[in-house]
Write a protein that binds this ligand. Structure first.
Ligand code: SAM
Length: 507
């Protein structure tokens, strides 16, 4: 009954739009601001000061009701498209996506978004874009070749077809909402005078695009040969190693001479990944307020402490010790400048060099003393970087250092199956771990919300390609934790994404 299914999907879209409209209407009347859902045609530059109604309309997109409704629309449209689009056209869109990636890479590398921002809503002609691109490129390399304006136009037209930019008149292009998202915020004057600092102080989205179009795309050309060759049996630990013919781990390779700009770019791209998940979700992802005053949280692989700083501001009764590699913790405090000085001077956030691949060593927190058994081990976006064996080793080290009351909080995606999971054993009291489905019974949507959840599954295969690692299903996470002496007691899922807060306790 395909027509009935199409109508059911269409109804999902209609009622999701109703839900979004209600939130915007009620917020309009309570704030007195004229709020509307942000338009695809209108750029939103986060680096600018925007009128209050624009900021509020933007922020409302992450309101849980709006976010969930938007996901239903994306899932339903993806499913309708898969149903009605000619299979060959769907195939072409999928397997010819490299053309799209190539065009996105070109637009980022030539700073066309920044050029179009300065051109304003009327846009810029292909000739004007081409001459500005040449001008910017020649500031760095006087011999840089000119680019044929009509080629630029063809590149932008494909992107306009995918709503990534707008063709306002034939061969004249302007930014829209999506292209403005990859704006670095730099003026073309800054890009001309200091071309290597494009990503500095940006939100990292442009850098994320560039890494994906370079290292990640090249890595995935080796995915199939690597898998067919038996994975590590090929003599290469990862598809990345096979593609780049190196034995170095990705992070080590980035540190090699010749890769300086890639290393810098990668660091910025990690900032961009905060759009995967709302970092603030972690504030409610665990019962932090139930921990006794003076409890110590070890933020394992915590980088420069972004999450610890966030949590310590929300929970002043806790101490956070950020553990990472020597090279990271030695610059961590400095990288905050004068920000959060009180947190560091009071030792509510401190740093400790510790490899998570080695046994955990006790550490000293001024005002608390020597800590051998922290109250919480926090592992955010760490296990998804490691294959099962190393993940097991990391968890065993933490288990050995755990006291009977120590809790482990793992923050990673938990991937649902793409079908109903009838075998959804619940391990904790209010576990949202192995969900039967992300959609209500009777919904025509794919149980994992299909296209709306694609992000998590794409990240999973990216982890496979670059690191032979993965995002895990609930069962995979459960099995991994048990193998290291931990038992899941609670899972809380983030609204609108597949990120989850998995609490475990020593078995
Ligand atoms: C994806 S980042 C996550 C950072 C942080 N937890 C967050 O959520 O923002 C992974 C972190 O693992 C750290 N790391 C990698 N190898 C490590 C090791 N052997 N010991 C400790 N930390 C390590 C990296 O330096 C990096 O900070």
């Amino acid at each position: 009954m395909t027509i009935a299914a199409l109508r059911a999907l269409h109804a999902v879209i209609g009622s999701a739009i109703d839900e979004i409209e209600k939130v915007y209407e009620s917020q309009s009347s309570s704030t007195g601001l004229p709020l509307d859902y942000p338009s695809l045609d209108v750029p939103f530059y986060s680096t600018r000061t925007n009128p209050p109604e624009v900021e509020k309309s933007e922020n409302l997109r992450t309101d849980p009701t709006v976010f969930s409704a938007a996901n239903k629309i994306v899932a339903a449209c993806g499913q309708i498209t898969a149903t009605v689009h000619r299979p060959f056209f769907s195939l072409v869109e999928c397997v010819d996506a490299c053309n799209l990636i190539g065009c996105m890479e070109f637009v980022e590398a030539t700073h066309i978004v920044e050029i179009l921002r300065e051109a304003g809503p009327n846009g810029a002609s292909m000739e004007d874009i081409a001459s500005k691109v040449t001008e910017l490129r020649r500031a760095k390399d006087p011999k840089a070749a000119e680019i044929d304006p009509s080629k630029i136009s063809h590149v932008l037209r494909l992107l306009a077809t995918y709503h990534w930019v707008k063709e306002v008149r034939p061969d004249v292009f302007a930014n829209n909402r999506l292209s403005s998202f990859i704006d670095s915020g730099k003026s073309t004057e800054q890009l001309r005078s200091s071309p290597d600092t494009k990503y500095d102080e940006s939100d990292g989205v442009a850098a994320y695009l560039a890494v994906a179009a370079d290292e990640v795309m090249k890595t995935q050309t080796a995915l199939t040969p690597w898998l067919l060759g038996g994975g590590p049996a090929t003599g290469y630990a990862t598809p990345f190693n096979l593609a780049f013919k190196t034995e170095l781990k990705y992070y080590e390779w980035l540190e090699q001479p010749g890769n300086e700009s890639r290393l810098l770019r990668f660091g910025h791209s990690m900032n961009g990944t905060r759009y995967w998940e709302l970092a603030e979700n972690i504030i409610h992802g665990f019962a932090w307020d139930e921990l006794p005053k003076g409890s110590v949280v070890a933020d394992v692989g915590g980088g420069i402490g972004s999450v610890s700083v966030l949590l310590s501001e929300a929970y002043p009764h806790l101490y956070f010790v950020v553990e990472d590699r020597e090279s990271v913790v030695s610059v961590a405090h400095k990288s905050w400048g004068s920000k959060h000085a009180e947190l560091f001077s009071s030792s509510r956030v401190s740093f400790h060099a510790q490899s998570f691949l080695d046994p955990q060593q006790p550490f000293t927190v001024p005002g608390v003393g020597t800590v051998t058994q922290p109250d919480v081990f926090l592992l955010r976006a760490v296990l998804h970087n490691w294959p099962d064996k190393e993940s097991h080793d990391i968890l065993v080290h933490l288990r050995k250092a755990a006291g009977p009351h120590t809790k482990l909080l793992v923050v990673d995606n938990l991937l649902p199956y793409a079908c109903l999971d009838e075998n959804n054993e619940i391990s904790g009291e209010d576990s949202e771990g192995a969900v039967r489905s992300l959609v209500p019974d009777g919904s025509p949507l794919l149980p994992n919300l299909g296209r709306a959840s694609a992000n998590g599954y794409l990240l999973d295969i990216k982890m496979l390609g670059v690191l032979n690692a993965k995002e895990r299903t609930y069962r995979e996470m459960d099995e991994l934790l048990r193998s290291a002496g931990w038992q899941i007691s609670r899972v809380k899922r983030a609204v609108g994404s597949l990120w989850a807060y998995t609490t475990a306790e020593p078995i």
